[in-house]
Design a protein around this ligand. Sequence first.
Ligand SMILES: Nc1ncnc2c1ncn2[C@@H]1O[C@H](COP(=O)(O)OP(=O)(O)O)[C@@H](O)[C@H]1O
Ligand SMILES: [Mg+2]
Length: 270
Amino acid sequence: MTIIEYFKLNEEPFRISPNPRFLFLNEQVKEASSKVTYMTKHRTAPLYMYGAIGSGKTTLLRRLYEELQDDTTYNLRLLFAPNVKSSMAFLRAIMDAFGVPTDRAYDRSLKLFEGFLIEQYKQNKVPTLFIDEAQNMTRDILKLVHYLLNFETRDVKLLQIVLTGQDELAEKVKRYQELRSRMIPIAINSMSPADLQNMLRFRWSVASGNTSQAPFSDDAFQEVFAYTKGLPRDAIKLADEVLRHLYISQQDTATAAEVTHAARQLDMEK
Ligand SMILES: Nc1ncnc2c1ncn2[C@@H]1O[C@H](COP(=O)(O)OP(=O)(O)O)[C@@H](O)[C@H]1O
Ligand SMILES: [Mg+2]
């Protein structure tokens, strides 16, 4: 018998992969989603979203990517910054993503891309670029972002950009005065105890496909919060470990003691 069978689930509730189906929409996530959706659609301002490792940025970005892709006004692309080192390579990656032919000369490529953006604007399309792991962007690449943000009509920016990354991203943007003054920040913070508990419960309901409750006592949920300080990825890792213990010892509900035990196994500290 597997863990999934033991708990009568359809799939694993606590996997670390950023699967948008498992995204619990707490206030913070809802607010960040509507900000991104509104500001890109209305071409209001470029955004950067930042937060600790495991706070849920990639999952949210993928969720938005899936949602907005269905909206035909968008021409949406998702890129990963770490794959690219120089600004030339980055520009090429962006243009490739949009299917715009590049030139060997950087300046001419920029011109070609501007032409594409103007054309999109005339067709009422909203070309939008999501960039994940943007904390890795070099100064030169940030300069390119700055340059791209200068492509504009009298009223709006021609390219919508959402940078997403760890806290260093915010520091980098803040150190770059021209970006700082143009871009709007969205902070993704750790969850409150109530949100964290609801998030774990929500994931359980997605995995079970029914109304069965996650096998944690209230004290157990509190203990998960104490060890993870509200960071979703750590909470999921811990909950997964607890589940394994329950299964091995053939128990059906975790108490705080089981959580403590699992946390020690994972070398987590309060
Ligand atoms: N609001 C949420 N609801 C459900 N799961 C979440 C939520 N936020 C984060 N997670 C989960 O936490 C883990 C880490 O999230 P991830 O998006 O990779 O974080 P980040 O990109 O900030 O490092 C993933 O398994 C993700 O599904
Ligand atoms: Mg991520």
